[in-house]
Design a protein around this ligand. Structure first.
Ligand SMILES: CC(=O)N[C@H]1[C@@H](OP(=O)(O)OP(=O)(O)OC[C@H]2O[C@@H](n3ccc(=O)[nH]c3=O)[C@H](O)[C@@H]2O)O[C@H](CO)[C@@H](O)[C@@H]1O[C@H](C)C(=O)N[C@@H](C)C(=O)N[C@H](CCC(=O)O)C(=O)O
Ligand SMILES: Nc1ncnc2c1ncn2[C@@H]1O[C@H](COP(=O)(O)OP(=O)(O)OP(=O)(O)O)[C@@H](O)[C@H]1O
Length: 491
């Protein structure tokens, strides 16, 4: 392939060499540089990869893309661009021949609910017999194959490579989580999603290497409506007006509370039966559907409504959409791992006070005999989380078991002591069992009929991180071990 053929959507200045040089790939990590590739130099948070130019040229790189004017070795073609990550996205799309255009693409952004909603969309499309590719916290998912990624939204090159694989394997649809950081780092530059979905926004991801402040976070997240054909926004979000202010798409909205939005959830029922714990509601407005979802919680009404709003445009059979929603499985997000008259045990990924608060509040909608909460906090992370989560659990749960999360390089007992300092100021009853396996076991073996037990914080994770090492640990597996044990069965 001639390099010039990849340049049609890029503004650049030729610094030296010949644009018709033959190239076969684009590389952005010097360690992967090889003969006949284009190396895109970026200025990262830790490394400025312009420094690797001598090394990559030595390895046979024929073209360099620069965003800093540096001295160049002879014999290599070099172009200067305004932003190298933007250029990486444009070149990667061209390198894989614009694979996203071969599928219906759905981008989902928002502070909370991205993973849940993308899984819902995928599950419903699959229930309708469609082949779907998915990208997000779970990694790159094509059929049964899951490829873990370093980021929720991977680097642009990895994205286009994944789109290409999806299209080659016959995926008609692609649904992905788009983080605010992805917009900031130009990972989705040049993509135009067929559908863009915005679940909600509240302060998060503000700090070193992420966003300077909430305004910046909102600015980048709102970009979803500048890179999609049809945009769907949460009409209940308090920042609605700011988010849609610069929208350049056909805009729709969904709501649980407000009249006049395009899609509205009405007649919401929280259902807790021994064989079904979940939600029922009616979608009204631009699309009408009676929905039953096998995942509990008010925020999952919003997630399911958001998913249905997108899918309403796709001419899918309504009975299959309903089937998909009633038989969902979203790993570690309000996941009912066990339910009987004896108790219901739920695993959820809530790992800050805001999520924990909404989780515990909405589980109260199910009127459990007791709401029991099992949780801990991560080590080597903000201590505020320990105080605020301790306070939420103390106020909202009937009984709390404090235990380990990923303690990392801290002592679990010290982390629990921090949580204790806030939970003990509330009226909440709690005990401490530092071993998470024992804590889960205790909560189930001592359950009273009608209890709801929420095991919080680790969700889908299948490890516990202690002293820099990851040991296999899954809340789901531990729960199943207990409920399948003779100790529980014969009790
Ligand atoms: C702050 C940030 O977003 N950093 C991302 C960025 O890394 P960076 O620019 O800092 O990388 P760097 O190490 O300085 O390297 C700069 C360049 O030199 C290259 N390099 C580096 C070393 C070398 O030997 N040779 C070489 O060529 C690197 O490939 C890179 O192109 O580019 C990397 C490659 O794409 C990302 O993996 C990395 O994400 C880091 C791991 C990260 O923690 N990001 C977070 C903030 C993030 O993006 N989070 C969001 C949201 C998650 C959520 O919603 O919960 C996400 O989408 O994951
Ligand atoms: N729509 C929502 N509103 C508020 N909280 C939610 C919503 N959906 C899920 N949650 C809570 O947030 C947690 C994370 O949900 P999910 O993984 O779907 O969101 P996410 O946007 O992918 O989050 P993250 O960026 O933290 O991975 C859930 O375990 C649940 O407790």
């Amino acid at each position: 392939m001639k390099f010039s053929q990849w340049l049609k959507n890029l503004e650049y200045e030729l610094l030296q060499g010949n644009l018709d040089v033959e190239v076969e790939d684009v590389v952005y990590d010097s360690r992967k540089a090889r003969s006949g590739t284009v190396f895109v130099c970026t200025v990262g948070t830790r490394v400025d990869s312009h420094d690797f130019i001598p090394e990559v040229v030595e390895k046979g790189v024929t073209v360099l893309v620069l965003e800093r004017r540096v001295s160049l070795p002879e014999g290599v073609t070099a172009i200067f661009v305004h932003n190298a990550r933007e250029a990486l996205a444009v070149l990667s799309a061209a390198r894989f021949d614009y694979p996203a255009k071969r599928m219906v693409t759905i981008g989902v952004t928002g502070t909370k609910g991205k993973t849940t909603t993308t899984h819902m969309i995928k599950a419903i499309l699959e229930a309708c017999g469609k082949k779907v590719g998915m990208i997000g916290t779970t990694g790159i998912v094509i059929g049964e194959k899951v490829t873990p990624t370093a980021n929720t939204t991977p680097e642009s090159y990895q994205l286009h490579e994944a789109f290409y694989q999806m299209a080659e394997e016959g995926c008609e649809y692609m649904v992905m989580e788009v983080s605010s950081q992805a917009f900031k780092m130009h990972r989705v530059e040049g993509l135009v999603f067929d559908y863009g979905l915005f679940t909600n926004i509240s302060p998060d991801h503000i700090g070193p290497d992420e966003h300077e402040n909430f305004e910046e976070y909102l600015f980048y997240k709102s970009k979803i409506f500048q890179c999609c054909e049809v945009g769907i926004m949460n009409g209940d979000d308090e920042h609605y007006d700011e988010v849609v202010k610069d929208a350049a798409c056909r805009l729709y909205s969904f709501s649980l509370d407000k009249a006049g939005t395009s899609f509205k959830a009405e007649n919401i029922r929280y259902v807790a039966q021994s064989d079904f714990v979940g939600l029922e509601f009616d979608v009204k407005g631009a699309y009408e559907l009676a929905v039953r979802v096998n995942i509990p919680g008010r925020f999952n009404v919003a997630n399911a409504l958001a998913a249905v709003s997108v899918l309403s445009f796709l001419n899918l059979p309504k009975e299959k959409i309903c089937h998909g929603l009633e038989h969902l499985s979203v790993n570690g997000r309000m996941e009912i791992v066990y339910s009987s008259e004896r108790c219901t045990v739920i695993v959820d990924y809530a790992h800050n006070a805001v999520s924990m608060e909404s989780l515990l509040k909405t589980l109260r909608d199910y009127k459990p005999r007791r709401l029991v909460c099992v949780f801990g906090c991560g080590g080597n992370r903000s201590k505020d989380r320990r105080y605020s989560m301790g306070d939420s659990a103390g106020r909202l749960a009937d009984f709390t078991i404090l235990t380990a999360d990923n303690s990392r390089f801290e002592k679990t007992e010290d982390i629990i002591a921090d949580i204790r300092s806030s939970i003990s100021k509330t009226e909440g009853t709690f005990i401490e069992i530092p071993d998470r396996r024992e804590a889960i076991r205790y909560s189930i073996l001592h359950a009273q009929p009608g209890d709801m037990i929420a095991v919080i914080g680790k969700g889908h994770e299948d490890y516990q991180e202690v002293n820099g090492e990851r040991h296999h640990f899954s809340d789901r597996e531990e729960i199943l071990n207990v409920v399948e044990s003779s100790e529980f069965i014969n009790r």
